[in-house]
Each structure stands twice: as C-alpha cells, then as structure tokens.
Design a protein around this ligand. Structure first.
Ligand SMILES: [Ca+2]
Ligand SMILES: [Ca+2]
Ligand SMILES: [Ca+2]
Ligand SMILES: [Ca+2]
Length: 252
C-alpha cells in the first residue's frame, strides 16, 4: 500500500492485492459475515484502514476488494470408446474426456442424472433403463429384467471404462454402428457445474445364422422326412427356393 498527497492536501492511497489461491464462491445471496459479503459469483472483502493525517488525527477509511469467480469447469475433447459386439454381444473398451478445471479445483466428475437420450435403446428387442450409482461414477444400462447390458465407470480425470454384457439393437444405423451419448458433469469446489457428453460407438455383431433357426413353415408337411442338415446346408449357401424344390423332387 502506498499513499501520495497532492498540493491541496488530498491523499491518494494505492493498494495492491495478490490472490494466491482460488476462493470458494458458494452460492451466497448477499449474506455478510463480518468484513466478507458473499453474493453469487462475487465476494467482497471490506478492509478497514486508519490513516493519520499530518497532525496525528486518525481518519477511518474502508477499501473494498471485489473478487469475481473465474471460469467454470468444463469438458474438452472426448476420444469416445468403440465396442464390437462380435458373435456374443460382449466387448469392453475405454476412453477419455478432457476435464478443463477452470478457476477452482475440481471436486467431482460424474454421470448426469438426466440420461433420457437413452430412452429408446433396446437390447434383444427389450426396453432398457439406466441406473446410476449413488456416487454418480457408475452408469449401468439394464434390460427389462434388470440384468446389465452395459456398464460405464468414470474417474475424476475423465477416464472411462465401458463393458458390454449383452447386445444392443442397432436399428436403422449407418454402418451398423450406434453412437450412444452419455451425459457427464464436472463440479468445482464452489459448486459450479459444467456439462459434457461422452460417446460410445457400438458396432453390431455378426448377423444371426440360419442354421439353427429355420422357419418351421418351410419344412412342415411332406418335408418332415428330409434330414434337417440338408435343408440347413441349402439355406446357408443361400440357394434359391427353386433349387431347394429341385432337391426335394429328387428325393421323392
Ligand atoms: Ca471460485
Ligand atoms: Ca460460481
Ligand atoms: Ca467456480
Ligand atoms: Ca446388435
């Protein structure tokens, strides 16, 4: 703090304020405790000064230091995670979303409570629903019987792990891949919340084979005498119905 006095005897006091660490701007509503007033993103600190003039008379002066909250926490780039359902509908993968701390320390990275963008997701034709753990760090997509379809966990650095236990239904998707968005949140020490999205790319597995699932309508009636393997072989090779008919004629 320095003071200067001009020719008319007016004093000017200059103060330097150095902030060495973040301050928690809790959601105040103008409430005041002693010298500190907390009002949303603004904290005011009154600093009372006593200035003695030339003949020793004290004068009371208050200066006010206003500290505005800085940048809120936010998310940056997401690598995404890619799953391939393969033949059994299971896979695992991991990814990272960049966490931009902002002006205050990050205290939590978690899944958002609202995941309604997943409402239409189905598994084996069944509706699914979403369960989020109490700490918000594990999100589980479950089928109608509450059996997990997919589980995602996220840590405080934005690293996430995905495990798929059952296939999902890729309906009308380009390249048979569903892009599954999941909402995430980051909270800083004074309660500011940034929102973001991680994306899981889930590619459909091999198409179901005809071998074990021949339409009963094709083998009923007179055809019951034909060895099932013969019909399976024909259908696997995707021969036309006319070729199947020819074969049946030869066997009768
Ligand atoms: Ca702050
Ligand atoms: Ca704030
Ligand atoms: Ca803040
Ligand atoms: Ca699938």
């Amino acid at each position: 703090m320095t003071s200067t006095v001009d020719a008319d005897g007016n004093a000017t006091i200059t103060t330097d304020v150095v902030q060495n660490g973040p301050i928690d701007h809790e959601d105040g509503d103008g409430d005041s405790e002693g010298y500190v007033t907390n009002n949303g993103d603004s904290i005011s600190i009154d600093v009372p000064l006593v200035i003695d003039d030339a003949d020793g008379t004290p004068n009371n002066v208050d200066i006010t230091v206003n500290i505005e909250d800085g940048q809120d926490p936010s998310f940056g780039k997401d690598t995404g995670a890619t799953l391939e359902e393969g033949t059994d509908g299971t896979d695992s993968a991991s990814g990272d979303i960049n966490v931009d701390t902002g002006s205050d320390d990050v205290v939590d990275v978690r899944f958002g409570a609202d995941q309604s963008q997943l409402d239409d997701l189905t598994s084996n034709g069944q509706d699914t629903s979403v369960v989020i753990s109490d700490d918000g760090h594990t999100l589980t997509i479950v089928d109608a019987d509450n059996i997990p379809v997919m589980e995602v966990t996220i840590d405080q650095n934005g690293h996430y792990e995905v495990e798929q236990f059952q296939p999902i239904d890729q309906i009308n998707e380009d390249n048979d891949t569903s892009d599954i968005p999941i909402n995430v949140e980051v909270e800083d020490a004074d309660g500011d919340v940034g929102k973001g999205t991680i994306t899981i790319h889930d590619t459909d597995g091999d198409n179901a084979q005809g071998g074990g699932d021949i339409d009963a309508g094709m083998i009923e009636g007179d055809l019951t005498q034909i060895p099932i393997q013969v019909i399976q072989k024909v259908i696997r090779k995707q021969h036309k119905v006319v070729q199947l008919t020819l074969m049946l004629d030869q066997m009768t």
